[in-house]
Design a protein around this ligand. Structure first.
Ligand code: ADE
Length: 230
């Protein structure tokens, strides 16, 4: 079984590479991919760079060039739901693009013809995530993650995303990866640990908590791999 694990930033995959130990680096398409073995699993690991375009490119490459059969995304997010505090883990039940707007043509926000507003995560991977959380006695929030090519540090925009999509957290890559995986028939899961509250302090909090929250998420992903290993 070949599993892709991706992040957006180097900080999001460094803890994974440290855990797998040995890996082989392959340069492709302006990016670096890391092949590793983890028990019976073949892993392909990469960070995409920030945003929807780079993350779509990386997810597609992991599937089409490297043959990934499942994809796990690990990283950080800004909280919308006030229950979510820095370091908390949230797994997306479904994802949407909050910055996709052709409402001028009568379509809802986040929708383009022949697409859909929400892309749902794989149920089997979601239940593995829940099993891991139970075993670790860790709280794992489940909710809607909204993605856009904007770092949100603004209460008004955050409220709008909450009201429009019922979103619990926001980030900049999940939905584009979800669209790719959905189109190519690859089961996926997006896991995020909260780094900030997408408010006026978000820039400062992000810088402060990126590394620690990225590690929370990566540690959880490693536990999921242990389960997938059987
Ligand atoms: N990822 C983590 N925090 C974020 C924020 N506030 N906006 C967009 N992406 C994020």
């Amino acid at each position: 079984m070949k599993i892709a694990i991706m992040g957006a930033m180097v900080e999001e995959i460094t803890p994974l590479l440290e855990r797998v130990g040995e890996y082989r680096e392959i340069a492709y398409g302006g990016n670096r991919y890391y092949e590793a073995k983890y028990g019976s699993l073949d892993l392909i690991i990469a960070y995409s760079k920030i945003g929807k375009v780079f993350s779509a490119l990386t997810a597609t490459t992991m599937i089409e060039k490297f043959g990934a059969q499942k994809l796990l995304f690990s990283g950080v997010a800004g909280a919308i739901n006030p229950a979510l505090k820095i370091g908390d883990l949230i797994v997306a039940t479904k994802l949407c693009q909050h910055d996709l707007d052709i409402t001028a043509f009568g379509h809802p926000y986040g929708f383009v013809p022949e697409g859909k507003v929400f892309v749902e995560s794989d149920r089997a991977l979601l239940s593995i995530a829940k099993e891991v959380a139970d075993e670790l006695s860790t709280t794992l929030y489940e909710g809607v993650i909204a993605t856009g090519d904007q770092f949100i540090a603004d209460e008004e925009r955050k409220e709008w995303i909450a009201d429009t999509f019922g979103a619990d957290a926001l980030e900049m890559e999940g939905a584009s990866v979800a669209v790719v995986c959905d189109a190519l028939g690859v089961p996926f899961l997006v896991l995020r640990a909260i780094s900030d509250a997408a408010d006026m302090d978000a820039g400062f909090d992000f810088d402060t908590f990126l590394e620690s929250s990225a590690k929370e998420s990566a540690d959880f992903i490693m536990k999921m791999l242990d389960k997938l290993n059987g």
